[in-house]
Design a protein around this ligand. Structure first.
Ligand code: GLC
Length: 574
């Protein structure tokens, strides 16, 4: 063990790194994203819950995860499966009790796992007490907490017509709902049961910040902040512009208009900064509390969209999700260009910027289905877990779960129900976790499960993969263990290097005397690279039949879709 000398005392290098990570834990952390309904059921109702999550923390730890993010567990009528919050400071009984949550915090604490929870600031449920009150009249304490407008005009048949052409993001229908009681429309950017809060009202901002403090007082380490672009609309609520490239019957109805006025106005950075300030309040200085914001860039310049968040909301405590792993084509040229410009831009702006890569989540098809290749999904895992910053693993990806066909009678997702073009909706990627070959795959011992299990669960599950060197799970665990023990992978520099192959992206992660070379072959054919580095050892390959194990010569021949991690000599780069 090497020692470093500091003024007045000698501490181990490991200890020093440890202290650094404790302070800036998002740097290099693997975050395991839990969809609470689907991880583990403990009481036989077929729906996952918090005690179930506690019972699976060791599995999560075995992936090298240092944090979890929980999708919403709040009281909710479940119109959008918890993203319609009826009480920001409670727990839905199907998920357990506040005591269960406290126990989760304690059990995570014991294992050194940080806890991030979902915060949904743009909208509440229509069953939230604030909305119930708001809709009673135009003149009450909560009347201005939501976005209410008079009808634009009345149709010839006497029906009130909505104030503008905005559409809801789930079904693509009008984002306005007529409320008989108030004789006005309210805005719902998502489901009709998710009325938008009025963020220009300081009382709303203050109430959400109070909800944050409730959970920070409980010790949570941060928030994943939902749907932030919608928090700030064009102040006059002007029409969105028509989308010139929209093809009716082919594109989502939502995209018939560009969303240039209904979301993404600059006030969003001011609102998020107010929230970030809560994380920095003196009371919460005991440890770093951090938030990751959900905003899919919808410009032709995603880099600028990401940077706007780093520049606009203090990067000491906040970072936007990087969704390129979801949106960018799986193609070497695009990735090389993006990685080069993104990491360069962050370094240039501030060393505090934490990249925050998610290659999947509860709104996106599973990786294997999106990339249409098992090999590509395996190499995506290598990339995700060797990139700088936070790396989010969506539950089930670690065993290569696939989208599950949902028979029409089981469809749950409001997005699938509302728009015929979204007929597969988001249920296929939300199915129960596959643990064993036993009843309901060990997910539940109830009579049924809230969504059907994958038909291949008896073959494809955690138990079956645990000791299989060829499995997804073995690959994820290997990468996770490598990452948590490696300062270079956690917080080392990131340099994109030339590989001499158009189809292979290469980068070096380096810290002190430790350096790794990562190579990702994006195509379905062999690729030959020539690198100006001295290879020490092959540490990981996404392919078991790699050609590389024996020979570390000048030419590196990668198999189709193979991704590898080499230890290299840090002195060797020129
Ligand atoms: C986010 C969530 C999604 C939800 C929507 C509305 O995009 O990830 O599941 O439907 O916000 O809250």
């Amino acid at each position: 063990m090497r020692n470093v000398v500091t003024i007045g005392c000698t501490i181990t290098r490991e200890k020093q790194m440890e202290q650094h990570y404790q302070k800036r834990w998002p740097e290099g952390a693997i975050v395991y994203h839990i969809y609470p309904r689907s991880l583990q059921d403990s009481d036989g109702d077929g729906i996952g819950d918090i005690p179930g999550i506690i019972s699976r923390l060791d599995h999560i730890g075995s992936l090298g995860a240092e944090a979890i993010w929980l999708s919403p567990f709040y009281p909710s009528p479940m119109a959008d499966f918890g993203y319609d919050v009826a009480d920001y400071c409670g727990i839905h009984p199907i998920f357990g009790t506040m005591e269960d949550f406290d126990r989760l915090m304690a059990e995570c604490g014991r294992r050194g796992i940080k806890v991030m929870i979902d915060l949904v600031p743009n909208h509440t449920s229509d069953e939230h007490a604030w909305f119930r009150q708001s809709r009673t009249s135009r003149n009450n304490d909560y009347s201005n907490w939501y976005i209410w407008r008079d009808a634009h005009e009345t149709s010839p048949t006497g029906n009130p017509l909505p104030p503008n052409n905005w559409r809801d993001a789930l079904t693509g229908g009008s984002a306005w709902q007529w409320d008989e009681g108030r004789g006005q429309f309210y805005l719902h950017s998502f489901d009709v049961k998710q009325p938008d809060l009025n963020w220009s009202n300081p009382a709303v901002r203050s109430a959400i910040k109070q909800a944050m403090r409730f959970w920070l007082d409980k010790g949570v380490d941060g928030f994943r902040v939902d749907a932030v672009y919608w928090m700030a609309k064009e102040p006059l609520l002007s029409d969105d512009s028509p989308n010139p490239s929209y093809v009716e019957g082919e594109d989502l109805r939502y995209d018939a208009v560009l969303h240039n006025n209904s979301r993404g106005w600059p006030a969003v950075y001011a609102y998020l900064s107010e929230m970030a300030d809560v994380l920095k309040e003196e009371k919460y200085q005991d440890k770093l509390r951090f938030m990751v914001t959900e905003a899919y860039p919808d410009t032709h310049n995603p880099l600028a969209a990401y940077l706007a968040f780093y520049v606009g909301v203090d990067p000491e405590v906040a970072a936007p999700f990087n969704f390129e792993g979801v949106t960018l084509p799986w193609e070497a040229g695009s990735w090389r260009r993006f990685l080069r410009s993104f990491h360069h831009a962050l370094e240039q702006f501030s060393p505090l910027c934490v990249p925050s890569y998610a290659f999947g989540n509860h709104d996106q098809p599973r990786l294997i289905d999106r990339l249409r290749s098992v090999g590509a999904a395996r190499s995506a895992a290598v990339m995700l877990l060797t990139l700088p910053g936070m790396s989010f693993i969506y539950y089930g990806e670690e065993i290569g779960m696939r989208n599950v066909d949902i028979p029409p009678e089981y469809v749950q997702d409001p997005a699938a129900k509302g728009d015929p073009l979204r007929s597969i909706g988001r249920d296929p990627e939300r199915t129960p976790m596959q643990w064993t070959a036993g009843k309901h795959s060990g997910f539940s011992d109830g009579d049924s499960t809230w969504l059907p299990l994958a038909p291949d669960y008896d073959q494809n599950n955690v138990e079956a993969q645990a000791d299989d060197p060829k499995s997804f799970l073995t690959l994820y665990r290997r990468l996770g263990q490598l990452r948590i023990t490696s300062p270079a992978l956690r917080s080392g520099s990131m340099t994109i290097v030339d590989t001499a192959s158009a189809n292979v992206v290469g980068y070096i992660r380096e810290h002190g005397s430790e350096a790794y070379l990562v190579l990702v072959n994006f195509c379905g054919e062999d690729a030959t690279c020539r690198m100006n580095v001295t290879l020490r050892k092959l540490l990981v390959s996404s392919e078991l039949e790699t050609l590389l194990a024996a020979d570390l010569g000048e030419e590196i021949v990668l198999r189709p879709h193979e991704a590898v991690v080499f230890a290299i000599d840090p002195q060797s780069r020129t």
